[in-house]
Design a protein around this ligand. Structure first.
Ligand code: AMP
Length: 147
């Protein structure tokens, strides 16, 4: 079996992300693979549907969301002493963004949690489910234990 060359770790920065990250870091070391980490900020659409204008309030809120996510991702990486070669902060729908980034960067393994912030109501969360169905590379869904 060939080694993985580029592993993409997707974290929603919920408390369970730590378990996913430790596993991805371990797999990267075993495979001597490049490790990248991605977090996707789910920004709020800027167009006010009622008035068809760009809402300055939403724009400000999105800036806060992005800046908080930047800080939280860096804190997460340093706390866990992760050593990703790339730290990616994207905006949009996590399902689409993770699949797009994986395709564009010749990722051969995506590591995700079996569920995340969207909870345990499903055996597999919605992001996990979409990635398993649509990614063009291998996907590892780490079964998470609630803390
Ligand atoms: P979910 O299916 O949304 O419960 O989440 C399952 C897994 O998808 C999480 O454990 C993460 O690995 C990944 N994921 C979900 N949301 C995001 C996000 N915004 N950014 C990066 N990864 C995410």
């Amino acid at each position: 079996m060939n080694n993985y060359n580029h592993i993409l770790l997707a974290v929603d920065l919920s408390p369970t992300s730590q378990q996913v990250a430790i596993k991805a870091q371990h797999l990267a070391a075993l495979n001597q693979a490049k490790l990248s980490i991605i977090h996707v900020v789910e920004i709020i659409p800027m167009i006010d549907i009622n008035y068809e204008t760009v809402s300055p309030f939403t724009s400000e809120l999105n800036q806060i969301l992005i800046s908080n996510a930047e800080k939280n991702l860096s804190f997460f990486v340093s706390e866990l002493k992760l050593t990703p070669e790339e730290q990616l902060l994207e905006q949009g729908d996590p399902r689409d963004e993770i699949i797009r980034v994986a395709k564009e960067n010749q990722v051969d393994l995506i590591v995700i949690g079996s569920h995340g912030r969207h909870g345990l109501s499903l055996l597999l969360g919605s992001t996990a489910n979409a990635i398993l169905h649509h990614a063009v590379c291998d996907v590892l869904a780490v079964r998470l234990i609630e803390e």
